[in-house]
Write a protein that binds this ligand. Structure first.
Ligand SMILES: [Fe+2]
Length: 261
């Protein structure tokens, strides 16, 4: 039953994405990248769930629906505003939650699952999980936030290793040398950096290190450790002993928390 529900939602999602294709069936680069990102968030969600956790079938369906719809507003965002910068367009978590209702994507699932998916999607991109999120919705919010961050780390690594340069992926930031000490200090203090405080691509890469403090499931830490995601990001940054130290600290956090539930 749960498989069929997911399949119908999957088909509805793709039918919606198809409305953004041109006459030859192609999506523009930024939209295609977001479609690939969504598929990756779905795969990573399955990987985290496969690594224990004792989730029930209903939880698994909920988490998979969160992954599928978390960025559904990104297509409209690119079409209307030509950017992934929320500050220059709309809050894409809020808008994705709205679209789930507006496009009737989840009308055939239970109210319990639908409200959880809508809330988790709404908060997936927020600086922190809001204190007023219903407790029952917290595991889904944590799952989609983890899978999203891990997928973005993979995407950023692929993007910069491949020397691609589409401005949408690097949040329209300039690719200038160096980075500010204040961003490094914020990350070293284990605090997240706000996107609006980033001045260039190096600071964007550096800010990713703060995410090691914003993962939730042990399986998420384990995946980041196994794929050495932060080692790969560090390799994309300039020579600087302070960054080597940051990487050492990050790797030890990952291995310490990999065995937690
Ligand atoms: Fe997102």
């Amino acid at each position: 039953m749960y498989e069929n529900i997911f399949l119908r939602a999957f088909q509805a999602f793709h039918a919606y994405v198809d409305t953004f294709r041109d006459a030859s069936g192609k999506l523009e680069y930024a939209m295609q990248a977001k479609l690939g990102h969504t598929e990756e968030v779905c795969r990573i969600t399955d990987l985290i769930m496969a690594d224990g956790g004792g989730f029930r079938d209903e939880d698994r369906l909920t988490f998979r629906l969160c992954a599928l719809f978390h960025d559904v507003s990104r297509f409209e965002q690119i079409l209307r505003f030509h950017t992934f910068l929320d500050a220059a367009s709309f809050d894409h978590g809020n808008r994705s939650a709205e679209l789930i209702v507006e496009k009737h994507f989840l009308d055939d699932v239970s109210e319990k699952i639908r409200s959880c998916v809508i809330n988790a999607v709404r908060v997936h991109n927020k600086f922190a999980i809001p204190a007023d999120l219903p407790p029952a919705h917290i595991p889904a919010a944590k799952m989609v936030r983890d899978a999203d961050k891990l997928a973005i780390l993979r995407l950023v690594i692929r993007f910069f290793q491949g020397h691609e340069n589409d401005p949408s992926i690097r949040l329209d930031l300039p690719d200038t040398p160096s980075f500010s000490d204040s961003v490094l200090e914020t990350v070293k203090a284990r605090q997240c950096v706000r996107y609006t405080d980033l001045k260039n691509v190096n600071e964007f890469k550096l800010a990713l290190f703060a995410w090691v403090n914003d993962l939730n499931y042990g399986a998420s830490f384990a995946l980041a450790s196994r794929e050495d995601l932060f080692g790969q990001v560090r390799a994309l940054l300039p020579e600087d002993p302070r960054l080597d130290e940051l990487l050492r600290e990050t790797r030890s956090t990952l291995s310490a928390r990999s065995s937690a539930p």
